[in-house]
Design a protein around this ligand. Structure first.
Ligand SMILES: C[S@@+](CC[C@H](N)C(=O)[O-])C[C@H]1O[C@@H](n2cnc3c(N)ncnc32)[C@H](O)[C@@H]1O
Length: 301
């Protein structure tokens, strides 16, 4: 596949360099639900398009995981931080018409796109709700609670896991997938590649997130009293195709946050994004995505 510069890049995030200022340790931004969040990746349609690419890259390993843990027809599932619903729809296919899936997210624009897509695909067993896992509580109604690439963004991931467990029925299954940016690799050495990783890591940490949360997941489940905890590690890497698009796309979609944190100038970021796409286009280079830890286990009876 020919890798080209992504069409969803926009200039509406440009901030004059004189406006750069150092932000406090944890900066929260207003979201569509009118509340403040620390999510560093651009939301809305642009964020949604990045998630589509990410979902295609992740699909084989996420489906393997669901096969391994035993997602069955008739189950009631919750996909927390569902984004545009890519995994929500996969779960809906697996649980079938006798099951149901609920997707929660704080980004109403993505949820609206997901609702439209659910209609187009005739997914009658899916519902999308605007809810913040850091604040929401509910009834213990789910057989499965799943979250991919959510906890990394939260200031209190342990509290979020506790909330997730309260939504599960006895013997319910909790499944987490999250990133470990320290596990990235590329070949040959690329200064742009490592600058991107540095900027992402620093921005996420300043907003109170943990870009290296992956290895913490099994311990978080054990500490929460989850039983029969297991883990697995997956990582996509390639010399061509969409795997290599993820990094420049992510860099483009965190530009607003990096600028707001005063970590780089717009000029540096423009050059960096060009270099990342250049690296992606070269079939003699290899790029990975972050190492990903999958962890899962059951509630007691
Ligand atoms: C990296 S995306 C992953 C989306 C989806 N899980 C996937 O793997 O395609 C993280 C999602 O979590 C959502 N999110 C961030 N903070 C959240 C919170 N406190 N409660 C619910 N969703 C949240 C974001 O809006 C975003 O859609």
């Amino acid at each position: 596949m020919r890798v080209t510069r992504h069409p969803f890049r926009s200039d509406d995030t440009r901030i004059a360099s004189s406006e750069h200022s150092r932000a406090p340790a944890v900066v929260k931004r207003k979201s569509q639900d009118g509340k403040t969040h620390n999510y560093i990746i651009r939301g809305g349609i642009e964020g949604r398009e990045r998630l589509r690419v990410l979902a295609r890259v992740m699909r084989p390993t996420t489906l393997n995981l669901f096969d391994r843990v035993g997602i069955k027809p008739g189950m009631a599932c919750l996909d927390v931080g569902c984004g545009g619903g890519d995994v929500t729809f996969e779960l809906a296919d697996l649980v079938g018409p006798k099951g149901r899936v609920v997707g929660w997210d704080i980004d109403e624009a993505k949820l609206e796109l997901a609702r439209r897509e659910a209609k187009e695909r005739n997914h009658d067993n899916v519902v999308f709700r605007l809810l913040d896992i850091s604040e929401s509580d509910g009834e213990p109604e789910f057989d499965v609670v799943y979250a991919r690439f959510l906890l990394t963004h939260l200031v209190d991931p342990v509290g979020a896991v506790a909330r997730m467990l309260r939504l599960m029925q006895p013997n319910g299954l909790v499944i987490l997938e999250d990133i470990d940016f320290s596990g990235y690799f590329c070949h040959p050495y690329s200064a742009a590649f490592w600058r991107y990783i540095e900027l992402y890591t620093q921005t996420a940490q300043r907003r109170g997130g943990d870009p290296n949360i992956g290895p913490r997941l099994p311990g978080m489940l054990l500490d929460a009293g989850v039983e029969r905890v297991q883990m697995n590690v997956v990582q996509a890497a390639a010399f061509d195709g969409e795997v290599k698009l993820i990094n420049p796309l992510t860099m483009e979609n965190i530009v607003d946050s990096v600028l707001a944190e005063g970590l780089a100038s717009r000029a540096e970021l423009d050059t960096l994004i060009d270099e990342l796409y250049e690296f992606s286009r070269n079939p003699r280079t290899i790029a990975s995505i972050p190492r990903i830890v999958q962890a899962w286990g059951h509630l007691g009876n």
